[in-house]
Write a protein that binds this ligand. Structure first.
Ligand code: TYM
Length: 344
């Protein structure tokens, strides 16, 4: 049987990148899963603290991310949906894993280096050095490994950007198994079929919540009119016809990726087929079709989300139940871990 684990940071209302890159894929995995498979989806509050957060906003974002997971069709009866920060086994295991993880492996991670570059740009100061970054940012991938290994997960569906973290999780599992006793299966990277969704305004970068330009992303709560205007304003190029060429034509390529993902034709073949269909058409026609497809895809989850986000009592109940079920599973692992390392 498979144990599927994935996580998402509580970063406010999810955008189209979160939706196509993670949430929609999780729902499909849930539909395809066998009865004996276990599925766990965590909202990773502790990871989000590695960047400065407004406490009130985080509290809302955490709850709304849960509402979003339910709105896209994750079923709390079928999947264990929970807040990472409500299961202390994650931090307990993370500490133990920290103590067997070589610093050199963490130094090679690109995530904290990317943060360093952001900090340098923000301060216009290339002299900002890593000693100013918080330690959590540095050990972030160890906590991620703990998330996965606490459940002895076998399959981890994530986007390409998380591949390096998953390789580290496998490395750490291997070190633990060799040092103590084989306990952890090596978790497998399951690539999300949809390629990274890019910003509508600077299609060379990924669609993200941190961009100050609101027109660069489509939110789960956007109205049809907002979706229309954002896609109409998406940056493309002036080359005739449509081709899929992410390097030279990132804007048009991103629209093709979105259209393919919205219409269930994801993956490389889906996108190639979509490109063929539009090769003699113009950007206007492509944008009109992307608009229709996104509006259609968002309609139902949006109204579910609007309904659920106010159901505070129900959301609290789902979270409580999810945390209890998650803890039951991770306790089994932790009992073994504590015994193996000598902490009983
Ligand atoms: P996070 O919250 O940045 O993203 C969650 C998932 O969404 C994917 N994703 C995207 N896909 C397509 N286009 C985009 N623009 C886009 N932005 C994000 C990501 O690849 C990811 O799969 N460190 C993780 C969270 C995490 C985790 C874990 C994941 C913590 N512990 C354990 C798996 C297993 C993160 O920051 O994801």
């Amino acid at each position: 049987a498979r144990i599927v684990f994935s996580g998402i940071q509580p970063t406010g209302i999810p955008h189209l990148g979160n939706f196509l890159g993670a949430l929609q894929n999780w729902t499909k995995l849930q539909q395809k899963a066998h009865r004996e498979d276990a599925l766990l989806f965590a909202i990773v509050g502790w990871h989000s603290l590695t960047l400065p957060q407004n406490p009130q906003a985080l509290q809302v974002a955490r709850r709304e991310m849960l509402a979003a997971l339910l709105a896209v069709g994750l079923d709390p009866k079928r999947s264990i949906i929970f807040h990472q920060d409500e299961n202390p086994h994650h931090t307990e295991l993370a500490w133990i894993l920290n103590c067997i993880t070589p610093m050199g492996k963490l130094l090679r991670m690109t995530t904290w280096k990317a943060r360093l570059a952001v900090a340098q740009n923000a301060r216009h100061d290339s002299e900002v050095d890593e000693s100013e970054l918080n330690a959590g940012l540095f050990t972030y991938p160890v906590l991620q490994a703990a998330d996965i290994l606490a459940y002895r997960a076998t399959h981890v569906p994530v986007g390409e950007d998380q591949k390096q973290h998953l390789e580290l999780a496998r490395d750490i599992a291997g070190i633990f198994n060799r040092t103590f006793k084989p306990l952890f299966p090596l978790p497998r990277y399951v690539a999300t079929p949809t390629r990274r969704i890019a910003s509508l305004k600077s299609p060379g970068t990924k669609m993200s919540k941190s961009s100050p330009d609101l027109a660069s992303r489509i939110l789960l709560t956007d109205t049809d009119a907002q979706i229309k205007s954002k896609i109409r304003g998406a940056i493309t190029d002036s080359i005739q016809g449509i081709t899929y060429d992410p390097l030279h034509r990132p804007g048009a390529s991103n629209l093709l990726t979105i259209l393919a993902a919205c219409t269930g034709a994801e993956g490389a073949e889906g996108v190639a087929e979509m490109a063929k269909r539009y090769e003699d058409k113009g950007h206007g026609e492509l944008k009109a079709d992307v608009t229709e497809a996104v509006m259609e895809l968002m309609r139902q989850p949006r109204s579910e989300f609007e309904r659920l986000r106010g159901e505070i009592g129900y959301l609290a109940e789902v979270a409580r139940d999810g945390a209890v079920r998650a803890r039951e599973r991770s306790e089994v692992t932790m009992r073994e871990v504590r015994k193996l390392v000598g902490l009983v």
